[in-house]
Design a protein around this ligand. Sequence first.
Ligand SMILES: *[C@@H]1O[C@H](CO)[C@@H](O)[C@H](O)[C@H]1NC(C)=O
Ligand SMILES: *[C@@H]1O[C@H](CO)[C@@H](O)[C@H](O)[C@H]1NC(C)=O
Ligand SMILES: *[C@@H]1O[C@H](CO)[C@@H](O)[C@H](O)[C@H]1NC(C)=O
Ligand SMILES: *[C@@H]1O[C@H](CO)[C@@H](O)[C@H](O)[C@H]1NC(C)=O
Ligand SMILES: *[C@@H]1O[C@H](CO)[C@@H](O)[C@H](O)[C@H]1NC(C)=O
Length: 562
Amino acid sequence: MLSNKAFIGLVSLGASFIVNVQAQDASQDGFIWNKLETSPELKWTDCYTQLQCARLQVPLNYSNPEADAASIAVIRLPSPLAGTDDYKGPIIIIPGGPGGSGVELIVDNSAVLPQVLGANFDIVSFDPRGVGRSTPRASFFDTEAQRRFFDTSFDVINATSDSLARIWARAQITGVLAAQHNKNNIFEHFNTESTARDMLQIVEAHGQKNIQAWGFSYGTVLGATFASLFPDRIDRLVLDGVLDAEDYFATRWSNSLLDTDKTLQAFFDGCVEGGPDLCPFYESSPEAISRKLDDLTRTIFLRPVPVKTDISYGLVDYERLRITIFRSLYSPYADFPILAQGLADLMNGNGTVLYQMLEQPAFDCACGSPAPLTSIADGGTAIMCTDGVEVRDTVEELEPFVQGLLRESQWGEVWAGIRIGCTAWPKQEKRHFKGPFLGNTSHPILWIGNTADPVTPIAGAHKMAKGFPGSVVLTQDSPGHCSIAAPSVCTIGFVQAYFMNGTLPDEGVVCPVTQPIFSGQPVGGVVGSTKRRDLEVKEEKDEELVRALTRLRENFRVPTPF
Ligand SMILES: *[C@@H]1O[C@H](CO)[C@@H](O)[C@H](O)[C@H]1NC(C)=O
Ligand SMILES: *[C@@H]1O[C@H](CO)[C@@H](O)[C@H](O)[C@H]1NC(C)=O
Ligand SMILES: *[C@@H]1O[C@H](CO)[C@@H](O)[C@H](O)[C@H]1NC(C)=O
Ligand SMILES: *[C@@H]1O[C@H](CO)[C@@H](O)[C@H](O)[C@H]1NC(C)=O
Ligand SMILES: *[C@@H]1O[C@H](CO)[C@@H](O)[C@H](O)[C@H]1NC(C)=O
């Protein structure tokens, strides 16, 4: 469910759950990438289904380009209009995380992306250095089994009275393991500036001068870094689900949760609006649903529920419940209906549906076989701890930080672990770009923010836009992380017009969404099935678009920073 999808979002709490790649098994994936030669040109080879793959050679250290090289895994869905007047070059999808895989995003969404963006573009993405199929890769463990037995996915501050101290103590171990695997200070190269430079290499290797890109979540930090370093190399840049880059490089993670409680409120409100048929966790008022959830949470805290499914087994305990709810806030239109079912069942002592929302198969030690090339949590940790200023806080020093987060939102208890996770990160030079985020870009940036984004509040978009004259913030009136978490024909229309014609919305535009959260539509379903036969062409096109957007939000998940 949540876990088995390509992740674009901000830090996956439980990044180790980003196992993904439904499209093919890991061994086939390894076969595809290992047989490709790394080259300074993009030498495309057919891969997966109707996609093309290449490995691009870039300098590992841009200050010393003659030294070692890195190999960036690049993937594209070529435009059928290439070579015609209608061809408009590549759009790079910039993945989130940090640690998210662009390759997985394209593999999982290649059927839908051209419907959303148009056939005029090649749709391109990549695994950032340190991540997934790009090499060298960040790894703190010698085997997948070691990683899985040191799983930090379900760290939640309020779970026990010593949780903060335990999360901190485990971070010291991660620091030692990372240092052991940090040969030649390799992790220092996995910084956002270097990946922004890799993006320019991808653009140039594609035969273009300027970038066209759509970045999500942490991908907006990559985009804003690119725009600050190369302001005159921008043709189109959409930054969607905008992270406050200054806060990110300060390793603070302190203003991510401004709207998180609003997102949960959308669950309560939507459930009332949907009614008991569409929302099994229904009560007659939002307050009553909120109280029922609090009661259930207290019960689970004292009495975890065991679950056995066909592929795994485990407990629905306080930590799992909290993280499952938190993760559902990223994608309310896809996940709230399932969450409502899961919570209602849990009230009756059945944890199966809720457990399955973050399920992964029971670990099977394929001993001796090479580690799969899918993205792993280590890449995300390496990038954010390398990017951010050094943190050496003790447990005592972290207390006020955690209290501050908890005052911002009850979800501070799951978010705090991000900063804590960097407290023992190996010492580094940290000479990479950390701001200021400013630029007179050759084409204005289009920022997009949702009114109730659980991890990238719209304040981030407004703050970042200030540094880039002429850029515009488009608001989408919806809960969820990044615009694609909710279906909006309005938003996607502005994105299409921007990519096709370069036009920007007026400042202050607010886009509505196209359907309610609890709409009773099956996964991949369509709104407006009661339409008359003689519907206008535009409505039919909208309907197709909504169908495409629905499929996109099922698969195109923005990973989050945990
Ligand atoms: C990158 O290269 C420069 C110039 O040679 C050097 O000073 C710097 O230490 C290198 N960075 C890393 C992380 O090795
Ligand atoms: C977590 O603990 C803090 C007090 O340390 C409290 O204010 C907060 O409400 C708790 N959060 C939850 C979800 O129980
Ligand atoms: C729990 O719910 C699942 C999913 O609806 C169902 O398959 C299973 O039979 C239920 N378990 C019990 C013990 O009722
Ligand atoms: C952008 O252009 C304006 C007007 O020319 C100028 O005042 C400003 O300093 C420029 N900003 C940057 C970051 O170059
Ligand atoms: C781009 O501009 C043309 C001409 O004004 C218009 O017909 C077309 O609909 C625009 N494309 C988009 C996607 O808005």
